[in-house]
Design a protein. Structure first.
Length: 280
């Protein structure tokens, strides 16, 4: 029974990984009759490329921003929805609806909203006597605009993950903490968070992986500009591999992305064993 699964993994996972790793040691533009082996020169090229370093830096900044903003906001909304307020189903549907909207569609909508001259957001700022902001054309603001769209896109997803954990916290533990005189903050910190630690751990892992895979928003809203201010690691390898048809550096960049995600996952798994509570 396991043989079909092993064949699937070998053909669609291990095979492509090995092929990309081999391609990263060649120089090939798809037009030449055969690739030329260059060893690790593609990795040296990436190391010396300021565009690649800026792309990695932008990916790290997006990952930090998503961790700092989207996870706390998702948890905040989950706590509110767990209070059994009227209209909870409606609020939950509204918050989660942003996640089911295609990234390309939301990117196009926010491109119109953030337009410097005719965008709705700048029109609102002008009504309050403020100067319009070049949200997508400024090297200082463009990455923040991409981050804002990413937070809006995924906060409902993380809200749902946290809400699923909150609804499974035993009422007996919460009641026991209240009987012992625990405040809401102490109950949240010492009872609720340990009980939902598996959900928190899962949300952190998914958040960091999704952050490093940011592509659609950048492609639609800024095209990596201005001056590579919003170029991410995935956009860099797309630009190198599919637009410039420089397969070697693109394959090397994908290997670097794989290594970064593997190291992050290993680090999170190692740290997660220390604070994730599996049974309560």
């Amino acid at each position: 029974m396991i043989a079909p699964y092993l064949v699937f993994v070998a053909v669609f996972v291990i095979g492509p990984l090995v092929y990309v790793a081999v391609l990263s040691t060649y120089r090939w533009n798809l037009l030449s009759p055969r690739p030329v082996e260059v060893g690790f020169r593609n990795y040296v090229y990436l190391w010396n490329s300021s565009v690649f370093r800026e792309s990695v830096s932008n990916s790290l900044l997006l990952a930090i921003g998503m961790f700092v903003f989207s996870l706390p906001l998702g948890f905040f909304f989950a706590v509110l929805l767990n209070m059994k307020l009227r209209g909870t189903v409606i609020y939950r549907s509204i918050l989660f609806s942003s996640y089911v909207i295609p990234l390309t569609a939301s990117g196009l909508v926010f491109t119109l909203l953030l337009n410097t001259h005719d965008g709705l957001l700048n029109r609102v700022l002008e009504q309050f006597g403020l100067q319009p902001i070049d949200w997508l054309g400024s090297s200082h603001d463009a990455l923040w605009s991409v981050l804002m769209v990413s937070v809006w896109q995924y906060v409902g997803y993380y809200m749902l993950i946290f809400l699923a954990g909150l609804q499974n916290v035993p009422e007996s533990l919460l009641d026991a903490c209240r009987v012992d005189g625990g405040s809401r903050w102490r109950t949240l910190w010492h009872v609720t968070l340990p009980c939902i630690s598996p959900n928190v751990f899962f949300a952190i892992v998914v958040c960091l992986i999704q952050s490093f895979q940011t592509f659609d928003q950048v492609y639609v809203m800024t095209g990596g500009g201005p001056d590579n201010a919003t170029s991410t690691l995935t956009y860099y390898l797309f630009n190198k591999g599919f637009q410039m048809v420089d397969i070697g550096p693109a394959a090397a960049a994908s290997v670097v992305l794989l290594v970064i995600l593997a190291l992050l996952s290993f680090l999170q798994m190692s740290l997660g064993r220390r604070w994730v509570v599996d049974e309560f």
